[in-house]
Design a protein around this ligand. Structure first.
Ligand SMILES: Cc1cc2nc3c(=O)[nH]c(=O)nc-3n(C[C@H](O)[C@H](O)[C@H](O)COP(=O)(O)OP(=O)(O)OC[C@H]3O[C@@H](n4cnc5c(N)ncnc54)[C@H](O)[C@@H]3O)c2cc1C
Length: 466
């Protein structure tokens, strides 16, 4: 521990003790109760030893933390839900600013707006908004934090109808690197507002998000249909034709997976490789049923599609991604799902190196592509499919095989991709950050220079101010 921090460790700790007296929340130092538990993030593979964790309870604590880190030249990591696969919610030797205790949410059902503190998970957000029959685009696993997911873009079941999460962000309150509290919206600090929508945690600590809400549910039509992997090419051929003519109300997701030992999977299929097509339709339940007829015509081995609570769909995948599982992911945007791409995909999916690993293909288009690639920092508006190569494993001995499988799959599909990658699905920091920010990169550098010239916020897919 001390070796991570060098000789100034004791001096740093005594300064951190003074920080304890300045905050309303809780500061936990090495050796204190809660330090080891607080070191953990969602990805079990991430094992970092920070100097302290500050559980903020309000904006005042965030300002104190930012000023302290800046004045003492201390690395600072901002943590919302802690789900970042690359482990950007923690760091070695620095100060973790944990926002998970800032969980207030105000829903204005008339204005259809939610004002949300950064520590909420999507489960908590959906619970509060669905009370009013409202929702906005969130993630597919309900334990994920709203903060990191929003700042990186945000894709989920409502993405084709209502756009990405950032397309529903209408304002934010931010503590900048200088410790100043400012607002960002279409009318205040517009440059910052533009950068927050896809530029990640590079520009400051967001202490409040304001989201536009929509009428959704409480029942929607959706759920997965499963087919044996041996039929994947045939299923995907039908899927591609079907998906190209869907209304925006329907968002679909292709999942390659190993069938879990769950009661809804017949015993003879458990542990076998399968392809699933999952859907969410936000129009009438009857229309939803009619729309998936071509998928049912393929005679799925397991059919779980039907009327379902929206919050049920939002947590349907929770069991596949428990906290503490080891993870390494890579992503790419597919130009199109043509025959050669499908052949490579099926080949890679047949070679999973652990039963938890999956490949997801998120259908985009609809409202995502109606926003120009210059209107927010997120540039990949034209792509119809986002592929996430989800390496997950429990046994440490499987690490090397799974990570290699993710890399090989990525390389194999790269010729079919646009060259871009999705900030939120990156398993490690990448040098090629331009692949994430595309043609918006230079403008992001300029905004970074204005709001964080010394790169205080660098534990992220980092945009360097020079
Ligand atoms: C199981 C699982 C399912 C997922 N499903 C989806 C999905 O359906 N759709 C999707 O788009 N993504 C999804 N993701 C990816 C997810 O969006 C990213 O992992 C995201 O970073 C998680 O946000 P977080 O707040 O939980 O993470 P954290 O690790 O807490 O933070 C992630 C990054 O955001 C920064 N950050 C966090 N909060 C703030 C803040 N308030 N102000 C400034 N910076 C901040 C952090 O510094 C860090 O760089 C999923 C991830 C997991 C692990």
């Amino acid at each position: 521990m001390g070796s991570n921090l060098g000789g100034g460790f004791e001096a740093l700790i005594s300064k951190l003790v003074t920080l304890k007296g300045l905050i309303h929340g809780e500061l936990i130092l090495p050796g204190e109760a809660g330090y080891d538990e607080g070191r953990r993030v969602w990805n079990g593979m991430i094992d970092r030893h920070r100097a302290a964790i500050l559980y903020c309870v309000d904006e005042h604590d965030v300002v104190a933390a930012v000023r302290f880190a800046r004045e003492n030249g201390l690395t600072i990591a901002i943590r919302g839900g802690g789900h970042n696969v690359a482990g950007f919610g923690t760091c070695d030797g620095g100060l973790v600013v944990d926002l998970s205790r800032m969980k207030k949410i105000e829903v204005d059902p008339e204005a259809m707006v939610a004002r949300v503190q950064p520590g909420l998970t999507w489960a908590e957000f959906d619970k509060a908004t669905q009370k009013h029959g409202l929702a906005t685009t969130g993630g597919l696993v309900s334990t994920t934090g709203i903060s990191g997911l929003t700042l990186g873009g945000g894709v989920g079941w409502l993405v084709r109808k209502y756009g990405m999460t950032i397309d529903n962000l209408i304002g934010a309150e931010v503590v900048t690197a200088s410790g100043e509290k400012i607002r960002a919206s279409e009318t205040e600090n517009q440059d910052l507002f533009w950068a927050l929508r896809g530029g990640g945690g590079n520009f400051g600590v967001v202490t409040l998000f304001e989201f536009r809400l929509h009428r959704v549910g409480p029942q929607v039509f959706g759920g997965p249909l499963f087919y044996p992997i041996g039929r994947a090419s045939e299923v995907l051929r039908t899927y591609i034709r079907w998906a190209s003519s869907l209304p925006d109300e329907l968002t679909s997701l292709v999942v390659f997976l190993t069938a879990p030992p769950a009661p809804f999977i017949p015993a003879e299929l458990q542990g076998t490789k399968m392809i699933a097509i999952a859907t969410c339709y936000t129009g009438s339940l009857r229309d939803g049923e009619n729309l998936i007829e071509p998928l049912r015509g393929l005679k799925p081995a397991v059919d779980l599609a039907g009327p379902t609570p929206y919050v049920g769909l939002q947590s349907m995948f929770d069991a596949t991604a428990p906290r503490g599982i080891n993870a390494y992911w890579r992503s790419l945007y597919l130009k199109q799902l043509d025959e050669p791409a499908v052949a490579r995909l099926v080949d890679c999916a047949s070679n999973f190196k652990s039963p938890f690993s999956q490949i997801h293909i998120h259908q985009l288009g609809g409202a995502v592509s109606r926003v120009s690639s210059k209107d927010t920092a997120f540039p990949h508006r034209e792509s119809q499919y986002l592929m996430n190569i989800v390496g997950l494993w429990m046994e440490p001995s499987q690490a090397e095989g799974v990570i290699q499988w993710v890399k090989t799959t990525w390389t194999s599909l790269a010729p079919h991709s646009t060259g871009g990658e999705y900030a939120n699905f990156m398993g490690e920091p990448i040098e090629r950050v331009k692949a994430i920010y595309g043609d918006n990169y230079q403008r992001l550098v300029e905004i970074k220079r204005k709001y964080d010239p010394h790169n205080l916020f660098h534990i992220n897919q980092n945009i360097k101010p020079v």
